[in-house]
Ligand binder design. Structure first.
Ligand code: CDP
Length: 236
């Protein structure tokens, strides 16, 4: 299925809890329909890596908010198109940080960084720029509620925390990371808590989003489901 100019391009917003499989389905949908894919979580992760590297985290793991806010104009985030590995790489000030931003250290600090209003404001503006010509699939926490409230297709993905921690553990162990189920589970639960209770753009289902509980679905069933919804909304 290839998109051409005379077909109606839409915006697809995929939100949901951590490790719910959003990124995989968003990336695959974009590839199948010839859309741009943007991983908004990677942008929050890149800002977090910058904070860690630049002494903006206290020894007791608090973010030095004023320092980070002041440094925002110096933080440039972009994406390098997918190469042989089929994965788009996140660039922080010209450096490929795709692997580093997936570390447990970043995972443990990213939600506290993502509560900072100035960080959200800057990244939201950048995300909206990416979507200016539509034809985009973006995944995150507030895409259907804040970044693209008029998106033509909104999906809200959920699965139990245990299932999500199992998936994340498998992904990390396959990459050679040395982590335990308990560590990953604790991170999933804590990020859910911070993401749903923060003041600015908390994680919640947009009123017009379609809910997908993919706990018992295989990746191919999930893709079929999503492609069907995409066809309905885009008229393809
Ligand atoms: O991959 P996973 O679903 O675990 O997380 P992610 O998409 O990489 O996002 C990492 C973190 O960034 C989330 O836990 C949120 O705290 C934050 N985030 C956000 O606040 N808003 C977004 N649109 C995307 C991510």
């Amino acid at each position: 299925m290839n998109n051409t100019d005379d077909q109606k391009k839409i915006i697809v917003a995929i939100d949901g809890y951590s490790s719910s499989g959003k990124s995989t389905m968003a990336r695959e949908l974009a590839a199948r329909v010839g859309y741009v894919y943007v991983d908004s979580g990677a942008m929050y992760r890149a800002v977090t890596l910058y904070a860690i590297r630049n002494g903006m985290v206290t020894p007791d793991k608090k973010i030095r908010t004023a320092l980070l806010t002041a440094a925002l104009p110096d933080i440039h985030i972009s994406f390098r198109p997918a190469g042989d590995d089929g994965v788009q790489h996140t660039m922080l000030n010209g450096e490929d940080v795709e692997k580093l931003i997936r570390d447990m250290e970043v995972s443990n600090l990213v939600s506290p960084v993502a509560v900072i209003p100035d960080v959200r404001e800057r990244l939201t503006a950048l995300q909206q720029e990416f979507g200016i010509n539509k034809g985009i699939v973006m995944d995150g926490r507030d895409i259907g509620t804040t970044v693209f409230p008029d998106a033509e297709l909104k999906v809200f993905v959920c699965a139990s925390p245990e299932e999500r921690a199992r998936r994340r553990l498998k992904e990390m162990t396959e990459k050679g990371d040395d982590v335990t189920f308990e560590e990953v589970f604790a991170n999933v639960v804590e990020r859910d808590r911070i993401d749903t209770t923060r003041e600015v753009s908390p994680l919640r289902k947009a009123d017009d989003a379609i809910e997908l509980d993919n706990g018992a679905m295989s990746p191919s069933e999930q893709m079929e489901w999503l492609l069907q919804r995409f066809k309905e909304r885009s008229g393809l």
